[in-house]
Design a protein around this ligand. Sequence first.
Ligand SMILES: Cc1ncc(COP(=O)(O)O)c(C=O)c1O
Length: 406
Amino acid sequence: MKDNDNMTSDWAFETQAIRTGSIRSGEGEHSEAIYLTSSFAYESAAQAQAVFAGDQEGNVYSRYTNPSVKMFEDRMAALEGGEMACASSSGMAAILGMCMGLLQAGDHVICSCSVFGTTFTIFAKYLHKFGVKTTFVDFTDYNQWREAVRPETRLLFLETPSNPRGDVVDLEVMAGIAHGNNPHNSKAWLMVDNCFCTPALQQPLKLGADIVVHSATKYIDGQGRCMGGVAVGKAELIKEMHLWQRAAGACLSPFNAWNFYKGLETLSLRMEAHCRNTMALAEWLDKHPAVEAVHYSGLPSHPGYELAKRQQKGFGGVLAFEVRGGRKEAWTVIDRLQIMSRTANLGDTRTTITHPATTTHCRLSDEDKARSGITENLVRIAVGLENIDDLKRDLERGLGQLLRSR
Ligand SMILES: Cc1ncc(COP(=O)(O)O)c(C=O)c1O
């Protein structure tokens, strides 16, 4: 039984994040149940036949559909403003699933070179193996995107803001390029990885994107517990991923889906707090004598500041900064921390810190590192929800040491 059929369209984001998509089992539970079952049973052979044939609505097997997963999908579709969502076992499975559903040999993709490393691998190595060719372009250079379009281009893929330096692109301009404003008047889909902003801060579908993908592992979970992903968009596109996934089996576990839709209930509040803490830390680092530069689109000095202010409801929870010096100085700051976790995940209540050049971006060539601004003195922080003064004191352990040893 659905709690809220036909009631959701005029609800605000926060209400939808808590209420949309809930299904009650008939036991009257207030918090949603977890439907931890692999298959579903029927009253009769005739009912089984009708459900299997698709003549009657119902579940067959959790690789196809599951009520907990459906609750998460319906809530995500509402929050992103899409017709349909398809959840998956990880963020990468969502990206791959959309590509497998929509693309075929001979198709061409254009991808930003500032994407998550494994996304790069999917396009450059695995899709390439099956005859889908990808051109990588500089993220913020609209002319490169336009000029890379070919008659057989089917997909443009990007993340905004980019990791780790927080560069931003105008999604309306990108949707224009994808939908025909290019030398061949080719029509392609624009797919946006909205993992860094979440729908609480940015809704790419409303700006013209065709598909939004997420690593739900990040802010949607919010506490660093579960792996998962989701794609949202027009039903005719998302259905293709769903059909592929029914066959390929990269489905989301009902337990993880439950964590995610409970995570969505606090998403707006958490994103507000992540943004507040990150801005405070960026401003503090910007004035610190041991810091050479801070990269956060919330600072007016950042090249993406005006666009991020217009396109996003907040500047997000990730910043990068360059210490004065090189790798040794960056590692000193990281090694002296007592609170922040030295780990690459993000979107957690706990602040995490990385040295991109030797971890998340270590496989890039020196040339690609230089192109993406991944210098040896660069440090990335995904700011959590701890007290901001504790976080500043934690960083000061290493930054102060650098000043004393000069
Ligand atoms: C922006 C972005 N997209 C996609 C992914 C992949 O997500 P997952 O690890 O859930 O497969 C990540 C993971 O870090 C990411 O940061």
